[in-house]
Design a protein around this ligand. Structure first.
Ligand SMILES: C[S@@+](CC[C@H](N)C(=O)[O-])C[C@H]1O[C@@H](n2cnc3c(N)ncnc32)[C@H](O)[C@@H]1O
Length: 293
């Protein structure tokens, strides 16, 4: 596979058109801008992914929804010179950032702009499909995971990290619940719909993977403390990030000026309960998922 062959503009008429538009707009630009900070904050989950991924020297690895490449670089260094690691993502700004970093880091990791749910990967060409938060955005989940399984060698395996419920993730629920009285009423999320919490229900995720033909599925909880704010003004830093990235950021963009002012006050107050002089720290909760082809 030549990583740059898919680097034409991604077609916006496939099943994941909405996500392609979203991750190539403002959201992708912001993620690329926050890359350094997010990689620090999400480090415990990268480490957990490396552990369950059990990479062997020489492995051929695909990092699905690789974003700016943090996990791709880690996986590539574990696979070593005899291996091959390719990060696949639909977001042009994030893939551009990942490639820039690969050069700076002198990493062997390669990057491809492609929809992992539909791209024509060579059958049996990977030993490991890995992902940190990049597998929750497919419109047709069973079809996507079936398609990707066919890219795995017969003895290949998968290792994924995805969020548990919003309630179990105070770093998201605390600011969002504080904002609720000041924002328009939100439609309840449709269970399993593409988005950060698509696989918060482990039984549902197990069902999707079973229907997609995976075996020996294991789903284990893992918790970590996340430093959402830091630097000279930890509270200001946490507030800025909360309004720029994630579920509240999407809503904040649509608010008028007075709603924005009230939301900012309420969220600042809620975050302050979790701040000290150096950091704003809240809990994060994920599923660690492994299975065989
Ligand atoms: C929450 S971000 C996580 C990025 C990165 N894995 C990380 O942990 O920093 C989700 C990523 O999945 C990518 N993505 C969503 N749907 C995708 C698809 N169908 N194929 C490839 N990437 C996809 C998005 O563009 C985005 O970069």
């Amino acid at each position: 596979m030549t990583p740059h062959t898919a680097d034409k503009r991604l077609s916006n008429d496939g099943p994941n058109a909405e996500q392609i538009e979203y991750w190539n707009g403002d959201a992708g630009e912001r993620w690329a801008r926050y890359q350094d900070k997010l990689d620090g904050m999400l480090r415990p989950f990268s480490d957990a992914l490396l552990q369950i991924g059990a990479v062997e020297s020489g492995d051929r690895i695909m990092d699905i929804g690789c974003g700016c490449g943090a996990t791709t670089f880690d996986l590539a260094s574990r696979a070593g010179a005899g291996g091959r690691t390719i990060g696949v993502d639909i977001s042009a700004p994030m893939i551009a950032r990942a490639r820039h970093r690969a050069t700076a880091l002198e990493s062997t990791a390669e990057f491809m702009l492609a929809d992992a749910a539909t791209h024509a990967f060579a059958p049996g060409s990977f030993d490991l499909l890995a992902s940190r938060f990049g597998i929750m955005f497919f419109r047709d989940q069973v079809s996507a995971f079936t398609h990707m399984r066919k890219a795995l060698a017969p003895d290949g395996h998968i290792a994924f990290v995805c969020w548990r419920t919003m309630k179990e993730n105070p770093w998201i629920s605390i600011p969002l619940f504080a904002a609720l009285p000041h924002i328009p009423k939100q439609e309840p999320a449709i269970p399993g719909a593409p988005g950060p919490f698509a696989f918060d229900d482990p039984d549902r995720f197990r069902g999707v993977l079973t229907d997609a033909g995976y075996k020996a599925i294991e789903i284990e909880p893992f918790d970590a403390e996340l430093a959402v704010g830091g630097g000279a003004d930890p509270l200001g830093d946490a507030l800025q990030q909360t309004m720029d990235i994630g579920p509240l950021a999407r809503i904040f963009k649509e608010l008028n000026e007075s709603q924005r002012a009230r939301t900012l006050d309420a969220v600042r107050e809620a975050l302050a309960h979790h701040a000290d002089a150096e950091r704003v720290v809240m809990g994060g909760a994920v599923w660690l998922v492994t299975a065989r082809a």
